[in-house]
Write a protein that binds this ligand. Sequence first.
Ligand SMILES: O=C([C@H](O)CO)[C@H](O)[C@H](O)COP(=O)(O)O
Length: 231
Amino acid sequence: MRPIVQISLDLTNIDEALETAHLAMRAGVDWLEAGTPLILAEGLHGVRALREAFPETPIVADLKTMDGGYLEAEMMAKAGATHVVVMARAHEETIRCVVKAGEDFGCQVMGDNMVSEDMVAGAKRLEDLGCGFVIHHIGYDERRGIAARGQRMPSPLDQLRQVVEAVNVPVQAVGGLSLEQAIECPRYGAPLVVLGAPLTIDADAFKTADGDLEASLRLICDAVHAQEVQS
Ligand SMILES: O=C([C@H](O)CO)[C@H](O)[C@H](O)COP(=O)(O)O
Protein backbone atom coordinates (compact mmCIF):
# COMPACT_ATOMS: atom_id res chain seq x y z
CA MET A 1 0.00 0.00 0.00
CA ARG A 2 1.42 3.41 -0.91
CA PRO A 3 1.40 6.06 1.83
CA ILE A 4 -1.90 7.88 2.17
CA VAL A 5 -2.50 11.33 3.62
CA GLN A 6 -5.70 11.77 5.61
CA ILE A 7 -6.73 15.13 6.99
CA SER A 8 -8.90 15.13 10.10
CA LEU A 9 -11.52 17.84 9.92
CA ASP A 10 -11.82 18.35 13.68
CA LEU A 11 -14.01 21.39 13.08
CA THR A 12 -17.47 22.32 14.27
CA ASN A 13 -19.32 23.49 11.20
CA ILE A 14 -19.83 22.41 7.61
CA ASP A 15 -18.62 25.64 6.00
CA GLU A 16 -15.23 25.48 7.72
CA ALA A 17 -14.97 21.77 7.03
CA LEU A 18 -15.67 22.25 3.31
CA GLU A 19 -13.25 25.16 3.06
CA THR A 20 -10.45 23.15 4.67
CA ALA A 21 -11.34 20.05 2.66
CA HIS A 22 -11.18 21.96 -0.66
CA LEU A 23 -7.78 23.38 0.28
CA ALA A 24 -6.57 19.94 1.37
CA MET A 25 -7.71 18.23 -1.81
CA ARG A 26 -6.04 20.88 -3.98
CA ALA A 27 -2.83 20.24 -2.04
CA GLY A 28 -2.87 16.49 -2.67
CA VAL A 29 -4.55 15.00 0.42
CA ASP A 30 -6.00 11.54 -0.33
CA TRP A 31 -8.62 10.94 2.36
CA LEU A 32 -10.91 13.24 4.33
CA GLU A 33 -11.95 12.54 7.90
CA ALA A 34 -15.15 13.91 9.38
CA GLY A 35 -13.67 14.39 12.84
CA THR A 36 -15.61 13.68 16.02
CA PRO A 37 -16.34 17.40 16.68
CA LEU A 38 -17.77 17.76 13.14
CA ILE A 39 -19.93 14.67 13.59
CA LEU A 40 -21.19 15.95 16.94
CA ALA A 41 -21.95 19.40 15.54
CA GLU A 42 -23.35 18.51 12.12
CA GLY A 43 -23.99 14.76 12.23
CA LEU A 44 -24.97 13.01 9.01
CA HIS A 45 -25.41 16.38 7.27
CA GLY A 46 -21.67 17.00 7.65
CA VAL A 47 -20.79 13.69 6.04
CA ARG A 48 -23.38 14.20 3.28
CA ALA A 49 -21.96 17.66 2.53
CA LEU A 50 -18.46 16.24 2.19
CA ARG A 51 -19.70 13.39 -0.02
CA GLU A 52 -21.58 15.82 -2.26
CA ALA A 53 -18.54 18.08 -2.66
CA PHE A 54 -16.08 15.19 -3.11
CA PRO A 55 -17.91 12.32 -4.83
CA GLU A 56 -14.79 10.17 -5.34
CA THR A 57 -12.86 10.77 -2.13
CA PRO A 58 -12.67 8.26 0.74
CA ILE A 59 -14.36 9.76 3.81
CA VAL A 60 -13.64 8.46 7.31
CA ALA A 61 -16.40 9.12 9.85
CA ASP A 62 -14.68 9.27 13.24
CA LEU A 63 -17.71 8.03 15.14
CA LYS A 64 -15.81 6.34 17.99
CA THR A 65 -18.66 3.86 18.28
CA MET A 66 -19.10 2.21 21.70
CA ASP A 67 -22.58 0.72 21.34
CA GLY A 68 -25.43 0.43 18.86
CA GLY A 69 -22.78 -0.21 16.25
CA TYR A 70 -24.86 -1.56 13.37
CA LEU A 71 -27.17 1.46 13.08
CA GLU A 72 -24.38 4.01 13.53
CA ALA A 73 -22.33 2.42 10.77
CA GLU A 74 -25.35 1.95 8.51
CA MET A 75 -26.39 5.60 8.82
CA MET A 76 -22.88 6.88 8.15
CA ALA A 77 -22.35 4.56 5.18
CA LYS A 78 -25.66 5.67 3.66
CA ALA A 79 -24.61 9.31 4.17
CA GLY A 80 -21.47 8.65 2.16
CA ALA A 81 -18.79 7.53 4.60
CA THR A 82 -16.42 4.93 3.18
CA HIS A 83 -14.85 4.21 6.58
CA VAL A 84 -16.31 4.21 10.11
CA VAL A 85 -14.52 3.96 13.45
CA VAL A 86 -15.31 1.59 16.32
CA MET A 87 -13.47 1.48 19.64
CA ALA A 88 -11.44 -1.48 20.90
CA ARG A 89 -12.95 -0.90 24.37
CA ALA A 90 -16.43 -1.56 23.01
CA HIS A 91 -18.03 -4.94 23.63
CA GLU A 92 -16.93 -7.49 21.06
CA GLU A 93 -20.54 -7.81 19.90
CA THR A 94 -20.51 -4.08 19.03
CA ILE A 95 -17.35 -4.49 16.99
CA ARG A 96 -18.89 -7.49 15.20
CA CYS A 97 -22.07 -5.45 14.47
CA VAL A 98 -20.05 -2.61 12.96
CA VAL A 99 -18.11 -5.08 10.82
CA LYS A 100 -21.40 -6.69 9.69
CA ALA A 101 -22.86 -3.27 8.82
CA GLY A 102 -19.67 -2.51 6.91
CA GLU A 103 -20.17 -5.66 4.85
CA ASP A 104 -23.87 -4.95 4.30
CA PHE A 105 -23.43 -1.30 3.28
CA GLY A 106 -20.05 -1.38 1.57
CA CYS A 107 -18.07 0.48 4.20
CA GLN A 108 -14.61 -0.25 5.68
CA VAL A 109 -14.17 -0.52 9.43
CA MET A 110 -11.33 1.08 11.33
CA GLY A 111 -10.78 -0.04 14.92
CA ASP A 112 -9.34 2.47 17.41
CA ASN A 113 -7.27 1.08 20.29
CA MET A 114 -7.43 4.30 22.39
CA VAL A 115 -7.33 3.64 26.16
CA SER A 116 -6.83 -0.06 25.74
CA GLU A 117 -4.99 -1.42 28.79
CA ASP A 118 -2.63 -3.13 26.38
CA MET A 119 -2.52 -1.15 23.14
CA VAL A 120 -0.92 -3.97 21.13
CA ALA A 121 -3.46 -6.53 22.36
CA GLY A 122 -6.22 -3.99 21.66
CA ALA A 123 -5.05 -3.65 18.07
CA LYS A 124 -4.89 -7.43 17.64
CA ARG A 125 -8.40 -7.81 19.09
CA LEU A 126 -9.74 -5.32 16.55
CA GLU A 127 -8.19 -7.23 13.67
CA ASP A 128 -9.39 -10.59 15.02
CA LEU A 129 -12.95 -9.23 15.19
CA GLY A 130 -12.83 -8.17 11.55
CA CYS A 131 -11.68 -4.54 11.43
CA GLY A 132 -9.83 -3.78 8.20
CA PHE A 133 -7.66 -1.01 9.69
CA VAL A 134 -6.20 -0.20 13.10
CA ILE A 135 -5.95 3.30 14.52
CA HIS A 136 -3.23 3.37 17.17
CA HIS A 137 -4.38 6.36 19.19
CA ILE A 138 -3.26 8.20 22.31
CA GLY A 139 -6.27 10.30 23.33
CA TYR A 140 -6.35 14.08 23.53
CA ASP A 141 -7.44 14.29 27.18
CA GLU A 142 -4.98 11.64 28.28
CA ARG A 143 -2.11 13.51 26.62
CA ARG A 144 -3.12 16.87 28.07
CA GLY A 145 -3.67 15.46 31.55
CA ILE A 146 -0.27 13.82 31.63
CA ALA A 147 1.44 16.94 30.27
CA ALA A 148 -0.34 19.11 32.87
CA ARG A 149 1.14 16.93 35.61
CA GLY A 150 4.59 17.61 34.16
CA GLN A 151 5.09 14.02 33.09
CA ARG A 152 6.34 12.81 29.72
CA MET A 153 3.50 12.76 27.24
CA PRO A 154 3.03 9.32 25.71
CA SER A 155 3.37 9.23 21.94
CA PRO A 156 1.70 6.82 19.51
CA LEU A 157 5.19 6.29 18.09
CA ASP A 158 6.28 4.58 21.34
CA GLN A 159 4.51 1.34 20.43
CA LEU A 160 3.81 1.88 16.73
CA ARG A 161 6.31 -0.72 15.55
CA GLN A 162 4.89 -3.32 17.93
CA VAL A 163 1.34 -2.61 16.78
CA VAL A 164 2.34 -2.83 13.12
CA GLU A 165 4.09 -6.14 13.75
CA ALA A 166 1.14 -7.57 15.69
CA VAL A 167 -1.45 -7.10 12.94
CA ASN A 168 -1.76 -7.69 9.20
CA VAL A 169 -4.04 -4.76 8.44
CA PRO A 170 -2.92 -1.18 7.69
CA VAL A 171 -2.23 0.94 10.78
CA GLN A 172 -2.44 4.67 11.38
CA ALA A 173 -0.97 6.51 14.36
CA VAL A 174 -2.88 9.41 15.91
CA GLY A 175 -2.46 11.70 18.87
CA GLY A 176 -0.10 14.60 19.37
CA LEU A 177 2.30 13.88 16.55
CA SER A 178 4.30 16.78 15.13
CA LEU A 179 4.21 17.11 11.35
CA GLU A 180 7.69 15.59 11.08
CA GLN A 181 6.62 12.64 13.23
CA ALA A 182 3.43 12.11 11.24
CA ILE A 183 5.39 12.10 7.98
CA GLU A 184 7.72 9.45 9.44
CA CYS A 185 4.90 6.97 10.10
CA PRO A 186 5.44 4.94 6.89
CA ARG A 187 8.96 4.20 8.16
CA TYR A 188 7.34 2.42 11.10
CA GLY A 189 5.26 0.40 8.64
CA ALA A 190 2.13 2.56 9.07
CA PRO A 191 0.95 3.70 5.62
CA LEU A 192 -1.86 6.04 6.71
CA VAL A 193 -0.60 9.45 7.78
CA VAL A 194 -3.13 11.60 9.61
CA LEU A 195 -2.79 15.36 9.73
CA GLY A 196 -4.82 17.30 12.29
CA ALA A 197 -7.12 20.17 11.40
CA PRO A 198 -7.29 23.07 11.97
CA LEU A 199 -3.86 22.60 10.56
CA THR A 200 -0.97 24.58 11.99
CA ILE A 201 2.24 24.36 10.07
CA ASP A 202 4.60 24.24 13.02
CA ALA A 203 7.54 22.78 11.13
CA ASP A 204 10.05 25.14 9.56
CA ALA A 205 10.70 22.72 6.69
CA PHE A 206 7.16 23.18 5.43
CA LYS A 207 6.62 26.89 6.05
CA THR A 208 6.44 29.05 2.95
CA ALA A 209 7.67 32.64 2.83
CA ASP A 210 4.15 34.03 2.51
CA GLY A 211 2.58 31.57 4.97
CA ASP A 212 0.52 29.92 2.24
CA LEU A 213 -1.17 26.97 3.96
CA GLU A 214 -2.06 25.19 0.71
CA ALA A 215 1.53 25.36 -0.53
CA SER A 216 2.80 24.04 2.81
CA LEU A 217 0.30 21.23 2.76
CA ARG A 218 1.38 20.33 -0.79
CA LEU A 219 4.99 20.01 0.44
CA ILE A 220 3.80 17.77 3.27
CA CYS A 221 1.73 15.56 0.95
CA ASP A 222 4.69 15.25 -1.43
CA ALA A 223 6.97 14.28 1.48
CA VAL A 224 4.53 11.56 2.60
CA HIS A 225 3.95 10.22 -0.90
CA ALA A 226 7.71 10.01 -1.50
CA GLN A 227 8.12 7.60 1.43
CA GLU A 228 8.42 3.83 1.21
CA VAL A 229 6.22 1.94 3.65
CA GLN A 230 8.67 -0.25 5.59
CA SER A 231 7.58 -3.81 6.10
O1 LIG B 1 -9.78 11.73 17.59
C1 LIG B 1 -9.38 12.68 18.19
C2 LIG B 1 -9.62 12.90 19.63
O2 LIG B 1 -10.07 11.70 20.20
C3 LIG B 1 -10.64 14.01 19.91
O3 LIG B 1 -11.84 13.78 19.26
C4 LIG B 1 -8.56 13.68 17.49
O4 LIG B 1 -8.81 13.69 16.12
C5 LIG B 1 -7.10 13.33 17.66
O5 LIG B 1 -6.78 13.02 18.98
C6 LIG B 1 -6.33 14.52 17.19
O6 LIG B 1 -4.99 14.30 17.38
P1 LIG B 1 -3.99 15.50 17.08
O7 LIG B 1 -4.46 16.17 15.81
O8 LIG B 1 -2.70 14.82 16.92
O9 LIG B 1 -4.04 16.38 18.28
